[in-house]
Design a protein around this ligand. Structure first.
Ligand code: GTP
Ligand code: MG
Length: 344
């Protein structure tokens, strides 16, 4: 495997200042060669700080913080910076990869998996992600033998992908006849009035979404307009938006109420579906035909079985068995290639 040339980037803004700070990071031998050609002198040894001329561009300080890393501190003029960028590019220094940038942001990370983990943790949407992500560096360290390192280019497993819903919220789309209580359900889950709920059929005329926390799993919950005959042009446009939401749904909730039947859904590609009978507080809820074909009966008004709904949707999207499985989780692409073994 060939050794990549050193990466080069600035940690100070591209605005005039007294001094600017840049990083050169990579293989020790190549890094020394770049510094030698830039300054005409030997590179400072690890732990040394030295004054150097940066060719004819400027002079400044070089701090060799480790074998593979040096800080260059020229004066902070923007022209100096541009000339140095050009010269370093000539000498073969390159823009850092996403992993190297992440490492720059998390210098305390013990290895590259930990660095990737901290970076992912900072943008993970769900509280449930915290413990599982935090456990990953140790799990990867214990699994440095194949198939993990050999699988660098393989696709993530279905479990890897399901667990990634902890990082990027899954899309849950609720569909069903008008007046089923779709908007009332969204408002009840969000704990605030996100969508207008009213007994007038066709109240919802847009695909409304809210980010809600389902007992630790954060999802994007889409309320859609109920489809009915004689829809006006705005309602038809809303129905098209709903169809688009369905096409990229991770899970579809078919919602109905006593006597309203099940709405035929078209265009959803996900296999995760749940039939929910709402308005279980109504007098005819126990005897209606929808009761037997529903997976669950709830009442968005009284709150009956709402906890059960939340738990079932969460567990369908991120199964507890996936969470409990101690196999290392590829929480982002490319992880095997940067496992502790591969980066050692
Ligand atoms: N009794 C009872 N009424 C409910 C319940 N949930 C919703 N409703 C009522 O049902 C009516 C319709 O509710 P919405 O939430 O607007 O229904 P929707 O499915 O969003 O309807 P569209 O936007 O027209 O598709 C309102 O009068 C709600 O108050 C429930 O659990 N029990
Ligand atoms: Mg509605």
């Amino acid at each position: 495997m060939s050794i990549a040339s050193p990466a080069w980037w600035w940690s100070t803004a591209h605005t005039p200042g007294a001094i600017a700070v840049a990083h050169l990071d990579g293989d020790a031998h190549l890094l020394e060669e770049v510094l030698r050609q830039l300054t005409g002198k030997e590179a400072p040894r690890t732990g040394e700080v030295a004054w150097r001329r940066f060719g004819s561009i400027d002079d400044g300080v070089i701090a060799r913080t480790s074998n593979q890393h040096a800080l260059l501190m020229p004066h902070g003029g923007t022209r100096i910076r541009e000339l140095l960028d050009d010269r370093l590019a000539e000498l073969g220094a390159r823009t850092p990869s996403a992993h190297e940038s992440a490492h720059a942001a998390w210098p305390e990370a013990a290895d590259r998996v930990e660095c990737a983990m901290l970076n992912t943790l900072s943008r993970a949407a769900s509280p449930l992600a915290v413990d599982l992500l935090s456990a990953q560096p140790a799990r990867w360290r214990q699994h440095t033998e194949p198939p993990f390192t050999a699988n660098a280019l393989s696709l993530p497993s279905p479990r890897d992908l399901r667990l990634r819903r902890l990082i990027t919220p899954a899309r849950v789309v609720v569909t069903g006849p008008t007046n089923a209580g779709k908007s009332t359900l969204l408002n009840a889950l969000a704990g605030r009035a996100v969508a207008i709920a009213h007994h007038t059929p066709g109240t919802t005329r847009d695909a409304v979404a809210a980010r809600i926390d389902l007992a630790g799993l954060v999802v994007d919950w889409f309320d859609t307009p109920g489809v009915r005959p004689d829809m006006d042009p705005i309602e038809r446009a809303a129905a098209e938006l709903a169809a688009r939401a369905l096409a990229c749904a991770d899970m579809v909730i078919e919602l109905t109420a006593p006597g309203l039947g099940w709405h035929a859904i078209a265009g959803a590609t996900t296999a995760l579906r749940m039939r929910v009978l709402n308005q279980s507080d109504r007098a005819n809820a126990h005897t209606c035909p929808e009761r037997n074909s529903a997976d669950l009966a709830i009442s968005a008004h009284t709150g009956a079985a709402m906890d059960e709904l939340v738990a079932r949707v969460r567990d369908a999207l991120v199964p507890p068995a996936d969470m409990a499985n101690s196999t290392p989780w590829r929480f982002m692409d490319g992880l095997p290639a940067i496992s502790a073994a591969a980066s050692a």
